[in-house]
Design a protein around this ligand. Structure first.
Ligand code: SAM
Length: 169
């Protein structure tokens, strides 16, 4: 079980990025995303994708992040450019009930102490979506892109156009 905790989501500003965080988490092998700010529109958007494209990925918003970190029963990883290089720590991270924390703007200092590992995907600033994708893909040894679940909508790979079975609407 792998859960992503998204901190600092601002519904008006971060709508697209947090949607991308959730969809990336789903496809790259996480089971759920928890978002610290309540956002029913975001929940609806992500659940709609899950309904059409399949699987059991879950989203919950309005989750108290501090209590979640304090009570979490499993290893906790915070993705941050200030952390230790992913290539040095990855093998030390237990996989059982793993919580992966990512930020939006400035992450509160206490997060760095509440987790077990602060991990950098390169020590340069980039994006939470990129950091999450690379981390999950490395965690799964490059096999993270999820095999398709039974879905209303199925895309058939096509070298030039778009081939889709079903509409799921
Ligand atoms: N300046 C912010 C801070 O001090 O926390 C970082 C903002 S960054 C746009 C948003 C999130 O992307 C970060 O909280 C972190 O989770 C992730 N991120 C960005 N660059 C990263 C890197 N090199 N390695 C790991 N995570 C990174």
């Amino acid at each position: 079980m792998i859960t992503v905790l998204r901190l600092g989501h601002r519904p008006a500003r971060d709508k697209r990025v947090t949607t991308h965080v959730a969809l990336t988490a789903r496809v790259f092998g996480a089971d759920a995303v928890l978002v610290s700010t309540r956002d029913p529109v975001l929940e609806r958007t992500v659940r709609n994708v899950v309904r059409r494209f399949g699987g059991s990925f879950r989203i919950l918003t309005g989750v108290p992040w501090r209590r979640t970190l304090q009570d979490w029963n499993g290893p906790k990883v915070h993705l941050t450019m200030y952390g230790l290089p992913i290539e040095d720590v990855l093998t030390r991270i237990p996989r059982e009930n793993l919580l992966i924390v990512i930020g939006a703007e400035k992450v509160p200092r206490e997060v760095y102490d509440l987790v077990d590992f602060n991990v950098a995907v390169g020590n340069q600033p980039h994006s939470e979506v990129a950091a999450l994708a690379v981390f999950l893909d490395r965690l799964h040894g490059g096999r993270s892109i999820r095999a398709e679940a039974a879905a209303q909508v199925r895309i058939r790979p096509n070298p030039r156009g778009k081939s889709v079975n079903g509409s799921g609407r």
